[in-house]
Design a protein around this ligand. Structure first.
Ligand code: NAI
Length: 337
């Protein structure tokens, strides 16, 4: 089976090659891998001609036009190497006879631990402290943090990542509030309380987003919801950029209403993240403004990026392809998901 991986970086190539060679008993070598650095879009879909399987990454835009071209070129399976699938028009894929499979969970620890890292960094201003000491500035003014112990932390979305996050943050001695249409017993077992989103926002000192991006969750953090948050609260988004209205967040930071912001994802990240643009002018004024605040920490969609997660992504993606090829697909994404 010929499979083309778009948006491939050296670490993708290595993890897929290692998975193929270290697990030959699983038959992974039957998948003929072709790597392309280019993003998958209307201008690059033609590269996949003759590939039965196409493997996009999170910032590849797989809309109806792209799917049309892929279908015409013989593609029958989209094997997403991600958990999220908001970048694919699932309805259109189904209509065109292209199956979609994904990696529902690879390392919830990777993302949850990154969110915790962002909280500790922003609170104790480690990013600024590191810069200072390297310049010979050993002063502490401006670096004052707060004890996490005794604070209230809101977890929005208690799926696999949100649950790991809740478990780790609970160990700091915080009160955990959760919001999710589906209540999970593991979260209740931590002593956490499920509340409505309004109450979570109003009571939390720190809010961490772990729910998927879907039409109802787009801009769930907006001018109105920011006003309902505790003054000076911290917002962490390691989920999807579109959950947060970035312009509203800039205003909330300027007014001081929002005390800290940690973003691993950004709604306009598509043309920037995963690439080195350091020799170019940054033309995104909202991102440029966000980067100018000392109380904002931005990472470029790296929360998933651990050795264990890459290994698991490669193994699950190849297993998905083989299961589909064998007529018993697993981890299928359906239009109603
Ligand atoms: P999951 O599917 O296990 O859990 C998602 C949870 O969100 C479910 O419990 C669901 O009931 C809940 N949910 C749905 N609608 C909601 C709403 N309106 N409000 C609150 N909760 C809602 O997904 P998982 O694996 O925990 O991933 C969460 C998100 O993290 C993914 O959708 C993906 O966008 C993001 N992610 C980010 C990565 C990164 O590198 N930054 C890597 C992997 C995932």
């Amino acid at each position: 089976m010929r499979m083309m991986l778009f948006s491939s970086r050296p670490y993708d190539i290595e993890s897929f090659r290692v998975a193929q060679t270290s697990a030959t008993l699983r038959g992974f070598e039957a998948v003929d891998l072709h790597f392309r650095e280019a993003r998958l879009d209307e201008s690059t879909a033609v590269l996949a001609e003759g590939c039965e399987v196409v493997c996009p990454f999170v910032n590849d835009q797989v809309g109806a036009d792209v799917l049309q071209q892929l279908a015409a070129g013989g593609t029958r399976l989209l094997a997403l190497r991600s958990a999220g699938f908001n970048h694919v028009d699932i309805q259109a894929a189904t209509q065109m006879g292209i199956d979609v499979v994904r990696v529902p969970a690879y390392s919830p620890y990777a993302v949850a631990e990154h969110a915790i890292g962002m909280i500790l960094t922003l609170n104790r201003k480690l990013h600024r402290a590191n810069n200072r000491t390297r310049e010979g500035d050993f002063s502490l003014t401006g670096l004052l943090g707060f004890d996490l112990h005794g604070k209230t932390v809101g977890v929005v979305g208690t799926g696999s990542i949100g649950r790991v996050f809740a478990r780790i943050i609970a160990a700091f001695g915080v009160e955990v509030l959760a919001f999710d249409p589906v209540r999970h017993p593991d979260v209740l077992a931590l002593g956490a309380h499920y509340v409505e989103l309004d109450e979570l926002l109003a009571r939390s000192d720190i809010v961490s987003l772990h729910c998927p991006l879907m039409p109802p969750t787009r801009h769930m953090i907006n001018a109105e919801s920011l006003l309902s948050m505790k003054p000076g609260a911290m917002l962490i988004n390691t989920s999807r950029g579109g959950l947060v209205d970035s312009v509203a967040v800039v205003e909330a930071l300027k007014s001081g209403r929002l005390g800290h912001l940690g973003l691993d994802v950004y709604e306009e990240e598509g043309s920037l993240f995963f690439e080195d643009h350091s020799d170019e002018l940054l033309l995104d004024d909202v991102l440029a403004r966000l980067l100018s605040f000392p109380n904002v920490l931005i990472t470029a969609h790296q929360a998933f990026f651990t050795r264990e997660a890459l290994e698991q992504i490669a193994v699950t993606t190849l297993s998905n392809v083989l299961a589909w090829g064998g007529g018993a697909p697993v981890n299928v994404v359906l239009p109603d998901d």
